[in-house]
Design a protein around this ligand. Sequence first.
Ligand code: SF4
Ligand code: SF4
Length: 304
Amino acid sequence: MSLSRREFVKLCTATVAGLGVSQMFHPAIVQAMKEGAKKTPVIWIQGQGCTGCSVSLLNTVHPSIKEVLLDIISLEYHPTVMASEGEMALEHMYEIANKFAGKFFLVVEGAIPRAANGKYCIVGEMGDREITMLELTEELGKKAHAVLAVGACACFNAGIPGAAGNLTRAASVQTIFNEKGIKTPVVNIPGCPPHPDWMVGTIAYALAHGIPELDENGRPVMFYGENIHENCPYLKYADEGTMCETFTQKEGCRMELGCKGPNAYADCFKRRWNNGVNWCIENALCIGCVEPGFPDEMSPFYEG
Ligand code: SF4
Ligand code: SF4
């Protein structure tokens, strides 16, 4: 089954009637993935981060994480999810990277520290030799068909690890590639953490149809193409100047409490979080976690 990009996006954003919940994948998409995408291996590596992006991925609902791992993605290596560990797991990862050189997708979660020759983040050992995240990103990055940088830490200015101070000289995938002259395409899937649909949707799309249309920040337009503020249900309050003084106040805009929605581009307002139960602005505010300036340019998160 082959779908055009337009058909795919339409199905991705189809609304479940009456629930107001965005359903990420139509069963036809899952079927398409079963038929085609699973043939392409995915290697997922983790650097400086909290594993929150992986936890967010595990919360995927449409499709379930079981379907993602068993039917959609041929996930060959993931430090948190895999049962294997140590040299046996690393050997398998290198074997897949060599066997499918130029064909596999590399997912990078977390930042890559450059100080002390990368020794701030050791991701494995082969014999007595320590393997740094820096080395692994470079080695696998050169061989991959494309890299999906998931989460704020792997994108732009390296998110929280790259915030002011940055003693480890944490960097994003694209920064490392620029410094090392690596030309492999990078797709940024920012967020702290990213919505599970953004990760699963981008991976599934890339596996089935190639790299999706990206914006000037390397983000898939299908998920990061709309402004939070312009689509916020509280916009009418912003326009009339009714501002909240507390988060418990339901009628009013959160701008004076520090909301960064005017500077943030993502579809949280319609996709919502936690299987559609709520989203940031409903009970707090937007901290602009999907933007290149996060977190320093978005700080302080809360004001007032
Ligand atoms: S709550 Fe935030 S996103 Fe919503 S209208 Fe106010 S400033 Fe804009
Ligand atoms: S609403 Fe704002 S803070 Fe919340 S996930 Fe979306 S972009 Fe990030």
